[in-house]
Design a protein around this ligand. Structure first.
Ligand code: PMP
Ligand code: GLN
Length: 380
């Protein structure tokens, strides 16, 4: 059979988590917590599961959950969004990103994204028949080069994708960067797809700059968020997209035929939990900042070099003092011989990165896990 994605293999997250399991290594590769979601949230899930919330919920998500999302967006970003027409619940941010791309671009269109880029973006663009145009983030801080962005815009450019806080780099976009983005695309028929799944993991008091808090960008953006990240429940695959009514109408035309709707009792539980416990989300940055600080402190005596992340639950580290191997060979050896799994950076680039000596560690782990892993890393 002719492949539609001939150069795509199995995602690096699956490859590395399987390698970690096969070798019994500590898994700091794929991003998921090794602690559970809140007890009260699990109680609410059980209540709604046993309370007969087991048939199709509405296609766009249950209204009480969309109302909680709209209220939160208003509190955090000052935006008035309509829960009926501007919020859609999806089966993971991966689905929301796929739907937004399929709804917006097709053959002959170009989508600009930045390398390193989270791995589901490029295939979704190509499955839509459009062309990904991949620009490098500038080193060492992984920032957008707005002059390069302006030069890359053509009459065929239909979308620019941004991701802040950034996976895999742990960098964040400032309010000033959003202003520059708005100025760069002003006057063009360009839509923004803003992946903000780590909105609640921004450190050192900087605060998250959402496109929803930016008057100009809000009117031309799909903004994507994930319950999986915020509630320590990545396996639930529940997320949402906030976009202007006209965008949302097109988005839902795709969503209704990709998944139609998402797990019902989890939506009811999340709606209740968001109302009962809004501080869970707002306290998350300090919770994860403590984990980042702990991990960085424990890793400091090692021969890895790093700058602490500004956001997300990932930490990049340069291993060039330890080895001259390419990053895939290094993480394979690290997993098999030293018992710690990590993610190489090269799969996040369009072209091979033979010189890259950077890997990504995930620190959303119990302190004991971080201690055990860094003990091994410091022994290298
Ligand atoms: N975007 C980014 C940047 C991510 O890191 C992830 C998952 N880790 C996703 C999207 C997908 O999120 P979900 O699991 O909700 O599909
Ligand atoms: N986004 C997660 C990460 O970056 C992985 C999600 C997945 O495995 N699809 O590690």
């Amino acid at each position: 059979m002719k492949s539609k994605l001939p150069d795509i293999g199995t995602t690096i997250f699956t490859v590395m988590s399987k390698m970690a399991a096969d070798c019994g290594a500590i898994n700091l590769s794929q991003g998921f917590p090794d602690f559970d979601c809140p007890d009260r949230l699990r109680e609410l899930v059980t209540e709604h599961l046993n309370g007969r919330k087991n048939q199709y919920p509405p296609m766009a998500g249950i209204l009480p959950l969309r109302e909680q999302i709209a209220a939160k967006v208003h509190t955090l970003y000052g935006a008035q969004v309509c829960p009926e027409n501007e919020v859609t619940v999806t089966s993971g941010a991966t689905e929301a990103i796929f739907d937004a791309i399929q709804a917006t671009v097709g053959r002959g269109d170009e989508v600009i994204l930045f390398d390193p880029a989270y791995d589901c973006y490029d295939p979704a663009i190509r499955l839509a028949g459009a062309t990904p145009v991949r620009l490098p983030l500038t080193s060492p801080a992984y920032e957008i080069d707005f002059e390069a962005l302006a030069s890359a815009i053509t009459p065929r450019t239909r979308m620019v994708m941004i991701n802040s806080p950034h996976n895999p780099c742990g960098s964040i976009l400032s309010r000033d960067a959003l202003d520059k983005l708005a100025a760069t695309i002003r006057g063009h028929d360009i839509v923004v797809l803003s992946d903000e799944v780590y909105e609640h993991m921004v450190f050192d008091g900087r605060g998250h700059a959402s496109v929803l808090g930016h008057d100009e960008l809000r009117d031309k953006s799909f903004a994507v968020f994930s319950f999986g990240k915020t509630y320590h429940a990545t396996g639930w695959k529940l997320a949402y997209c906030v976009a202007p009514a006209g965008f949302t109408a097109e988005f839902r035309k795709v969503h209704q035929f990709v998944t139609f709707t998402s797990v019902s009792f989890l939506q009811y539980a999340l709606a209740d939990y968001m109302r009962e416990c809004p501080q869970h989300a707002t306290e998350l940055s300090s919770f994860y900042q403590a984990k980042r600080d702990r991990f960085c402190e424990l890793l400091a005596p090692s021969r890895f070099r790093f700058t602490p992340s500004a956001g997300t639950y990932f930490q990049l580290a340069d291993y060039s003092e330890l080895s001259d191997e390419d990053d895939m060979s290094f993480v394979t050896r690290l997993t098999r011989e030293h018992g710690v799994a990590a993610i190489p950076l090269s799969p996040f680039f369009a072209s091979p990165q033979p010189e890259s000596r950077i890997i990504r560690f995930c620190f959303c782990k119990e302190d004991a896990t971080l201690a055990a892993a860094t003990e091994r890393l410091c022994a290298l």
